[in-house]
Design a protein around this ligand. Structure first.
Ligand SMILES: [Zn+2]
Length: 511
């Protein structure tokens, strides 16, 4: 894409990472280059073609912008890595450098012809050096552009908002659903929010940080009190003149600014402050209404067996603390061991990330037996399962997601397989790249029909609900010793704000 002399030129870029500071592995540059559940690194015009038809925020921004004949978008880069521990300094400097160089070069070409910038960011990026990856990126961009160029950003609802993000962005839109079914819509809102700023309008922001963390399972937007909080939020919606956003926060980040925040944007500071204060009061009032229930693995499995017997519909056990999509290894064995101990039947479990087992399954072939430890390798948690496994199905891990959330995305889970512990009726989907179990295609592409399962164990916290709730309305949240802390009072935090409550009505953090 080239600069246009007759249209308004908007530079666009995407750099997404959700950082779980308790994770087992960092995100290196190669992790941003690699395709997984999302596309690999895209540069220049490929940013548009490689995200078209997906539900990514940037795709929504571009779709909205393309409806406006006065707008010309100039893509620089888009990339994301599967959630994990910190982004390496090398990866951060390289990608932030590409974004900043792209802005600098374009500004040098035509200082007066750049009208704005859009960034597709997550909001919970922690690097080896910076606790606030997005705030640091915006700070560097402001050194190039100065304070006046409109910069519109969209964020994931799991953003941990910071003063730097609020100070340096001109406009912020945030997802309003978890599962994230409005990613593209939020990108579209980022475009609508940017437009008045291109015409010289000014906007003020006001924000408040929550005094309590919300564990990820409780952030499900389909249950109270989140339903009511989002209804309250909608009452302030007079975008793009004024509106409120609610970052629910990413609690698996042991940083000063972790946690939920309310953000209001309006033409006057007073309006922004009063909206933020009112919505903040709603957040305070909601604290006592969260009802978190997590069952230990044995208990979860016993409940699932009896629920399935009573209803004859598939029952989901969510392995909420081993979610690749929240930075866990997706290889813990606590639930699998409980399923085997209980001799549970007609079980599907996915996806367990174990490249070595996937490789052995492909070497052995369908019908063969592999004798190797499974899972439990990424960190010192529950040990691997030592057993023989029959290879039931094999795949190259390439498939199309079919659920609403990731419709339009092509998955690359690496070499994959379906295996069963010999003597048990438990089918386990194995991947070579970490892949959150949020879509039925993970099982169907391996020849399994989740609708016919008795129990479906998903290594996912909430996103699975977008595609599994319709076939398995009973959900049991299990706590099985993973690296996505959901029992926040027990997590080894060291760097939070003094007094921040570790969950609704939870104990206050002290360093
Ligand atoms: Zn998220």
């Amino acid at each position: 894409m080239k600069l246009s002399s007759s249209k308004k030129n908007i530079l666009i870029a995407g750099f997404q990472h959700e950082t779980n500071t308790f994770g087992a592995t960092n995100a290196a540059f190669e992790d941003f280059v690699m395709a997984d559940s999302w596309p690999g690194l895209l540069m220049g015009d490929d940013v548009i073609t490689g995200t078209k038809g997906t539900t990514l925020p940037l795709a929504g921004f571009v779709a909205a912008a393309s409806q406006d004949p006065t707008i010309n978008v100039i893509p620089i880069i888009w990339c994301a890595a599967e959630p994990s521990a910190q982004v390496t300094d090398h990866a951060y400097e390289k990608i932030a450098g590409i974004i900043c160089d792209g802005i600098t070069k374009t500004l040098n070409l035509a200082t007066d012809d750049i009208d704005g910038i859009y960034l597709d960011l997550h909001g919970a990026m922690v690097t080896e050096t910076y606790d606030d990856g997005e705030g640091e990126l915006l700070r560097r961009i402001r050194l190039i552009t100065g304070d006046d160029l409109p910069i519109s950003i969209s964020l994931d609802s799991h953003a941990n908002l910071t003063q730097a993000i609020v100070d340096h962005a001109s406009s912020i839109t945030i997802f309003r659903s978890y599962p994230h079914l409005d990613m593209a819509e939020t990108g579209g809102r980022a475009f609508e929010a940017l437009k008045p700023l291109l015409d010289g309008q000014k906007r003020h922001m006001a924000w408040r940080q929550s005094p309590y963390l919300i564990p990820l399972p409780d952030q499900f937007s389909g249950a109270e009190p989140m339903v009511s909080l989002y209804q309250d939020l909608a009452q302030y919606d007079n975008a793009p003149s004024s509106w409120c956003e609610f970052a629910t926060g990413f609690p698996a980040a042991d940083i000063h600014d972790a946690g939920p925040a309310i953000l209001a944007q309006a033409a006057s500071r007073d309006d922004a402050e009063s909206m933020a204060e009112e919505m903040f009061q709603s957040l305070l009032d909601a604290e006592s209404q969260f009802k978190s229930v997590l069952f230990p693995p044995d208990d979860a499995v016993a409940r699932a067996i009896s629920s399935h017997a009573a209803t004859n519909t598939p029952v989901v056990i969510a392995d909420v603390e081993d979610n690749a999509g929240a930075g866990s290894p997706s290889d813990t064995t606590g639930l699998l061991r409980a399923l085997m101990d209980a001799k549970a039947n007609n079980v599907l479990l996915g996806m367990m990330n174990d490249p070595e087992v996937a490789r052995l399954a492909h070497v052995t072939g369908v019908g063969g037996i592999i004798d190797t430890p499974l899972g439990g390798k990424a960190f010192e948690g529950d040990p691997p399962i030592d057993h023989q496994f029959e290879v039931i199905a094999l795949s190259d891990g390439q498939f199309a997601f079919s659920g609403e959330m990731y419709r339009g995305f092509h998955a690359d889970a690496g070499l994959s397989a379906l295996i069963k512990p010999v003597g048990y009726d438990i089918s386990i989907a194995i991947s070579s790249k970490r892949c959150q179990c949020l879509d039925q295609a993970i099982f169907t592409h391996l020849g399994q029909d989740p609708k016919k399962a008795g129990i479906i164990v998903v290594k996912s916290t909430v996103h699975f609900r977008a595609d599994f709730d319709a076939i398995a309305p009973i959900v049991i949240n299990a706590s099985a010793n993973g690296l996505t802390p959901c029992r926040l009072a027990d997590a080894p935090f060291a760097n939070l704000r003094q007094g921040l409550r570790l969950g609704p009505m939870g104990p206050a953090f002290t360093p």
